[in-house]
Ligand binder design. Structure first.
Ligand code: GLU
Length: 497
């Protein structure tokens, strides 16, 4: 192991990358940045049968969205060799490539031969039928299933079709110092001569990960805790090769609120759905990092800029038990991030959503209503609905939300008729002017302010849940407010009861 901190993220392109997978990437990236080291991307595509086109593309786009910079990784050419659907080309490079496992086959073969030569591995030519037969017998005899060692000492020649297996020592004592969990010791290892090289000339993950982490001078190998059962084999391989191990850091899984492993059942789990649902990448990153990492005992700070995360991140504050993905907390956090933006920045970043809500982000009406939308929205996705009141076409008041025992058709009609006249000549048609005006209207009618405001809210904005009334009326402008008042009066007249 070098003294320089070099971490890697090593996804397999076998499906879309779960948000929990991104957390491993964030931790690896934060550790590298905190220590002034290197963050490396490696594509682990040894399982060619399960390769999903587009998976690497989505990962690279995710890195760009989150603003995670990579120091070393597959060159554009190497990426093209993985998948011709990749168009995200971040122009990565480094001294330890290729950074794609399918392009490193000769190196794995070389190491496998080295292990065969030193007696730590052997060639095996057992046919699938023989292995199936063996498994059947083991099941019948209620034995632990696994390879029984037929080829261990047969010296299968290299020119015969074969696979390569690791020669599992008898009762090995294996332990490792996990960077997060401390010492992990295995009393027994239920692996029987596991495969290192497959018949398709590809290595298994076990050989490839050991060779690559060594060759790429990785200092800390962060990965999900599902790899703990495989870790003893990796330790044994390092020992057999006489190589120094990286510090393994096995990260706990992310759970849903019900304590089950986070899955689509709980809500969005791919980074792109958070983007499509109108979250800010910096908020999602902060939130995900904070699941399972805390700044210190008794320190309940939740909001961290990226710079602050880099400064404060440390492995010993990563939790060894599972963290929960709490969508409500994410919404709260995202809303907090949104409110912290300047109005200009909010407008710029939300511009597509504002347009989707039918408003021009450069318009004076947005200038009036924007700050109130920013105050209320927890995600950009809520903006179109919050702007619904401003749509000129198809306006219909929800009269069912208007009437109550205290506010009947007659009273609503009286309020709105009087308003029609007064608003037509109101000189100060601003939020503050309208606020005063509605209160004056109430006094003039000897009514409380409540029914006057509610009548206007429904008659002019259409429904109860809207941005603030007077600002919205100002944003709509006098003509549109008057048009809606007449339309609503007509609808009220025709309303049954
Ligand atoms: N390629 C592995 C996976 O995607 C990662 C394992 C590792 O990081 O060592 O699950």
């Amino acid at each position: 192991m070098t003294s320089r901190v070099r971490t890697r993220f090593a996804p397999s392109p076998t499906g879309f990358l779960h948000i929990g997978g991104f957390r491993s990437a964030f931790y690896a990236w934060l550790l590298a940045r905190h220590c002034g080291g290197d963050f490396i991307l490696r594509i682990e595509d040894t399982d060619q049968a399960r390769k999903v086109p587009g998976a690497v593309q989505l990962i690279l786009e995710g890195f760009r969205w989150f603003g995670i910079d990579i120091d070393e990784g597959p060159s554009n050419e190497e990426l093209r060799a993985v998948d011709d659907e990749i168009h995200e080309m971040p122009n990565l490079q480094g001294d330890f490539g290729p950074y794609v496992q399918s392009l490193r086959l000769a190196r794995y073969r070389e190491v496998a031969e080295q292990l065969i030569a030193s007696g730590h591995a052997f060639r095996c030519d057992c046919s699938p039928e023989q292995l199936a037969e063996e498994r059947k017998l083991q099941e019948q005899n209620k034995e632990t299933p696994g390879y029984r060692g037929r080829c261990r000492d047969r010296n299968v020649p290299a020119d015969k079709p074969h696979i390569v297996r690791f020669r599992m020592p008898e009762n090995p004592q294996v332990s490792l110092e996990d960077g997060i969990r401390g010492t992990i010791t295995w009393e027994s290892i239920p692996l029987r001569d596991p495969i290192l090289m497959k018949s398709d000339a590809f290595p298994t993950y076990h050989l490839a990960v050991v060779v690559d982490d060594h060759d790429m001078r990785i200092s800390h190998a962060m990965r999900g805790e599902e790899w703990i059962p495989s870790a003893p084999l990796h330790v044994l391989l390092y020992q057999a090769l006489g190589w120094q191990m990286p510090i393994f850091c096995h990260l706990p899984v992310v759970l849903g609120a019900d304590g089950k492993k986070l899955s689509k059942r709980h809500g969005a789990t791919s980074w792109s759905s958070f983007r499509d649902d109108g979250y800010l990448p910096e908020a999602v990153l902060n939130f995900i990092v904070r699941i399972g990492w805390s700044p210190g005992d008794g320190d309940d700070q939740e909001i961290f800029s990226k710079e602050e995360l880099i400064e404060r991140f440390s492995l010993d504050r990563v939790n060894s038990s599972s963290g929960v993905f709490d969508y409500d907390k994410l919404n709260w956090m995202n809303g907090t991030y949104l409110r912290a933006l300047s109005l200009d920045e909010f407008t710029e970043r939300a511009s597509d959503w504002i347009r989707q809500g039918g408003m021009d982000p450069g318009s004076p009406e947005w200038q009036i209503i924007g700050p109130h939308i920013q105050e209320r929205a927890k995600t950009f996705k809520e903006i179109p609905e919050l702007l619904e009141f401003a749509r000129r076409d198809g306006f219909e008041p929800q009269l069912s939300q208007l009437f109550s025992k205290k506010l009947d058709k007659d009273l609503a009609t009286r309020i709105l008729r009087a308003s029609q006249e007064r608003l037509a000549s109101l000189s100060d048609f601003t939020a503050a002017g309208l606020e005063r005006e509605l209160e004056d209207q109430a006094t003039a009618l000897s009514e409380k302010a409540g029914p006057v405001f509610l009548s206007h809210r429904i008659a002019v904005l259409g429904k109860k849940a809207t941005p603030p009334l007077c600002e919205s009326m100002q944003a709509l402008g006098r003509d549109e407010v008057l048009r809606r008042l007449s339309l609503s009066l007509e609808r009220i007249a025709g309303f049954p009861g």
